[in-house]
Design a protein. Structure first.
Length: 283
């Protein structure tokens, strides 16, 4: 009896080992892995500065950055500058996206007009938009309007080209079918072109968030009394690297805030797209 039991256990052991090997290894939560990476980077940075491996004067330190940031939070200075940059970037992003998307979609109505303007759009897009920054500052002054205008100039052309290309790529077979059913051009535009272009337009939102922030910060670099770009520029000229890092990390935080807003808009627009497709052939 003992021998047969041992034989059964020996036979079952490889099967149990095989099941254990095939079972997927449980990984830690994503947030934990992300937090671990952040803690590891900051710990290594702080240790390198304390051990003298890198210069705290040239690279700053996490402890010094936290101290500078806390000081700016307590004085209210950080909120003033962050609020200035946030609203200028958000305004430039929203206005630039609207100003670019509407003409880009409208070009679908006139293939001839689209062919005429397409080389000009490509030429404008090939120029680094930052090159227009001095002109924008001269035209709109040193106030917040110039920062918004610079953000618009960066985001509008991206939105226009994306909307134009998305409208041009709308399914031609569906369009021909709707024409055969008696659909007007306006109905094809609203029921096929716009819904099919929506995912491509949304994909440019995330790109334009970065462009909007770049436009605002560059404007603050050139001429401004407020904004995180102004904080970074002044601190770097004084070799205050800890305050520079405060400005950089604050910009990262603003980016997360704007991305959260885009996620909300994306869900609503995709829901509208699905509802539109559900009634696509109700002409």
């Amino acid at each position: 009896m003992t021998q047969s039991s041992s034989t059964a256990l020996a036979a079952a052991a490889p099967a149990s080992a095989a099941r254990a090997a095939s079972r997927p290894r449980r990984l830690p939560p994503v947030w934990f892995a992300q937090l671990f990476i952040v803690v590891l980077i900051f710990s290594a940075w702080e240790l390198a500065v304390r051990q003298g491996a890198v210069s705290g004067f040239l690279f700053g330190s996490p402890a010094g950055t936290f101290e500078a940031g806390w000081r700016m939070i307590q004085s209210g200075e950080l909120w003033v500058h962050a609020n200035y940059t946030l609203w200028a970037s958000a305004a430039g992003f929203v206005i630039g996206t609207i100003v670019g998307t509407i003409p880009g979609l409208a070009l679908w109505y006139s293939p001839y007009g689209a062919k005429v303007v397409e080389p000009f759009l490509v030429a404008i897009n090939s120029v680094p938009k930052i090159a227009f920054a001095p002109l924008v500052i001269l035209w709109f002054g040193t106030g917040v309007i110039s920062k918004v205008a610079l953000s618009i100039s960066l985001t509008a052309i991206v939105a226009l080209l994306a909307a134009f290309q998305a409208a041009k790529d709308a399914d031609p077979d569906i369009q021909r079918m709707l024409v055969s059913l008696g659909a007007t051009k306006r109905q094809i535009f609203t029921k096929v072109v716009v819904p099919s272009a929506t995912p491509y337009i949304i994909s440019t939102f995330r790109i334009n968030i970065g462009f909007a922030l770049v436009g605002t910060v560059v404007g603050e670099f050139i001429s401004s009394k407020y904004g995180l770009g102004h904080v970074i520029f002044v601190a770097s000229s004084l070799y205050d690297l800890n305050t520079v890092w405060v400005g950089i990390f604050s910009l990262m935080a603003l980016g997360f805030v704007l991305y959260a807003g885009v996620d909300i808009a994306e869900k609503r627009l995709l829901r509208w797209k699905d509802q539109t497709y559900a009634t696509n052939f109700k002409l």
